[in-house]
Ligand binder design. Structure first.
Ligand SMILES: [Zn+2]
Length: 386
């Protein structure tokens, strides 16, 4: 018995017919791709391991978010094809972090679908570099050295849901902290760092697995040879997450990073702020006024073009991976599905027995955008463009 049949093209271009029953893929048949009406592409639901907010819902505002706000943020991502998301909590006081974690846990407890959409929480900070530049916009007064006891209190509040911690290995005790994260099954990530080559090397030996938004959250000027970007780039056991909005990294760096790591070690992230998904215009944050431009660039008003964060949506990131990284559609889709899944120990493929988290989209070539047509989670249609 099947309750749904989807016909489309796999990202590789071959025609497929997918049968779904009770939220699970029960069969996949090859079909003739050429026909009178063009078939949509079908991919696994996208996975975004770094999201600070979306469409007005902010995880990192002055007050911790309500569980409803967490749920609405997750739902508002569905039309962008993102079916799984790691809500990302940035540097803040322990109390604020714990309240935010509790809201996320409650959001999951109240709604089974939301629970399925949040495989892990990402803690970005507060154990990052205190230096201006690498620290980015994280509040300096809350930056502090790694503290395992504090992490355990977070993880307790999160009921074990923390899956990624981004920190800087420049702190004393960082290697020990990274080792403990790794042993406890949490992905240790390097980011917002001013670490020395040796500290990067030691972090990797201790179990660091990911460079968070490599090339961003750094000094404006660096020594041409001795710097933490080359050191992270050259470490084969370190994957890299990239913000491919075309504003955070120039095309030549995108191509070089993807070539150096190989697409199998690249994870696309949006790192979206709450202004992402809203109409272009000016928005007030706690301290500054920012403007979302029609190009998708989010910048500080009167800041001479300084970025105020990312307003990227995943389909644009996938397009840019093809355009700037010289990847095929299938390779680019993997950066937002298979790779983040592997990093988090999840499954993300179109296969018999897999949960039917699927995205239908149209795409007609490099000069045209990826348009999300329909999104299915556990076989249930949660978005349709019509
Ligand atoms: Zn960051």
């Amino acid at each position: 018995m099947k309750d749904k049949v989807l016909r489309g093209l796999a990202p590789t271009g071959e025609g497929i017919e997918i049968s779904i029953s009770q939220g699970v893929i029960t069969s996949i048949e090859k079909i003739e791709a050429a026909g009178d009406s063009p078939l949509p592409f079908i991919a696994p639901g996208f996975i975004d391991i770094q999201v600070n907010g979306f469409k007005g819902f902010d995880l990192n505002g002055a007050q911790p978010p309500s569980p409803q706000s967490v749920q609405q943020m997750v739902r508002s991502l569905w039309p962008t094809g993102v079916g799984k998301v790691c809500p990302t909590i940035i540097t803040n006081s322990e109390e604020h972090i714990i309240q935010t974690l509790k809201s996320i846990v409650k959001a999951c407890q109240e709604d089974e679908m939301i629970k399925a959409c949040i495989p892990a929480v990402h803690l970005e900070g507060p154990f990052i570099s205190p230096e201006d530049g690498p620290r980015g916009v994280h509040p300096a007064e809350q930056v502090r050295p790694p503290d395992w006891e504090e992490f355990l209190r977070w993880q307790d509040a999160a009921e074990g849901l923390i899956g990624i911690v981004t920190l800087s290995p420049e702190w004393p005790g960082a290697t020990d902290f990274i080792e403990r994260l790794d042993e406890s099954g949490v992905v240790p990530a390097i980011g917002h760092t001013a670490a020395s080559p040796k500290q990067i090397h030691d972090a990797v030996s201790s179990g660091a697995k990911l460079s968070t938004h490599l090339g961003n959250g750094s000094h404006l000027l660096l020594h041409r040879h001795e710097n933490y970007i080359w050191d992270q780039l050259s470490q084969d056991s370190l994957w890299a997450s990239l913000i491919l909005d075309g504003h955070h990294l120039p095309p030549a760096i995108i191509k070089s990073f993807i070539r150096a790591k190989g697409p199998e070690r690249i994870v696309l992230i949006t790192d979206a702020m709450w202004q992402a998904g809203l109409a272009p215009g000016r928005y007030y944050t706690g301290r500054t006024q920012v403007e979302l431009l029609p190009s998708g660039r989010l910048e500080v008003v009167g800041g001479g073009g300084i970025l105020a964060g990312s307003a990227l949506e995943m389909p644009v990131g996938i397009s840019n991976a093809m355009k700037f990284g010289d990847l095929s559609l299938s390779q680019a889709i993997d950066l937002a599905t298979a790779q983040p899944a592997k990093l988090l120990g999840l499954s993300s493929r179109i296969g018999v027995g897999e949960t039917a988290d699927l995205v239908e989209f149209s795409y007609t070539g490099p000069d045209n955008p990826i348009i999300i047509e329909k999104v299915y989670l556990k076989g249930e249609k949660v978005f349709s463009r019509e």
